[in-house]
Design a protein around this ligand. Structure first.
Ligand SMILES: [Zn+2]
Length: 247
């Protein structure tokens, strides 16, 4: 993480500060979105598990065991999946950056012309494009190429371990809600109270993910709640079927 305040203080032109701010704002939004999605996943899948078991039996020990097993398996599987996918993305980005670094060392002239060409294609006239490219080359050639050609910020590559841990944590936080609701509710109301708690939580995560993505709140909330209700309905129904045929 870069500190915007420090950059702004050291750089009177403010250019670097503004760029760093845009970069870390996007990164913050991304990690907020990842956290909300992880929590949402935890809510829906653990609600499905405990309500599915409740369809077959209301014995608290059975519900708790299934819920904790589901929470653990889900959190670990999220962590592994996130680690693998972020590592692969990071390897790709590193390979692209290495190639760019090599090209910059071996043929700086061609690379300068290439960058100027990209700015020209974005709408600058050729003289200004060359000026911009020349100044950026003097400032941080690799960052300029990475950003313009590859859309990568070389100073903000995602860390796979951080991504893995944070998705496991947000899945766990989400899972605790339906698990707590079903365990604390009186037997006759276990399913109803859990469904109500889950719907309330999904309204919140739907709202937060719409905010993070800058999209329509009501549609995001409705989709999120409908998806959760469907998941709980299906698992409850399957739980009842299994409970009837085996119990
Ligand atoms: Zn290049």
């Amino acid at each position: 993480m870069t500190s915007n305040q420090n950059l702004a203080g050291d750089d009177p032109a403010g250019y670097q500060a503004a760029e760093a701010q845009v970069g870390s704002h996007a990164a913050r939004l991304n990690s907020l979105r990842a956290a909300v999605l992880g929590a949402n996943d935890g809510i829906v899948s653990t609600a499905g598990i405990v309500i599915g078991v409740a369809g077959a039996t209301l014995v608290p020990f059975a519900i708790l065991t299934a819920g904790i097993a589901g929470l653990t398996a889900g959190a670990l599987s999220m962590a592994v999946g996130e680690y693998v996918s972020v590592s692969a993305q990071r390897d790709t980005e590193k390979a692209l950056l290495d190639k760019e670094r090599r090209e910059l060392a071996e043929m700086p002239e061609e690379e300068l012309a290439e960058l100027a060409g990209l700015y020209e294609a974005k709408g600058l006239d050729s003289e200004l494009a060359l000026q911009v490219a020349t100044q950026l080359h003097a400032h941080d050639a690799l960052a300029a190429h990475a950003e313009t050609e590859l859309g990568i910020d070389p100073n903000e590559l995602t860390n796979p371990l951080v991504a893995a841990v944070s998705s496991a944590v947000s899945f766990t936080v989400g899972s605790i809600l339906p698990l707590a609701a079903i365990m604390l509710a009186p037997t006759a109301l276990k399913v109803v109270i859990t469904v109500a708690a889950v719907v309330a939580a999904l309204v919140l995560t739907g709202y937060l993910s719409a905010r993070a993505g800058g999209t329509s709140h009501s549609r995001s909330i409705m989709r999120n709640v409908a998806g959760g209700l469907l998941a709980m309905g299906v698992t409850y129904w399957i739980g009842r079927l299994v409970g009837h045929s085996l119990g």
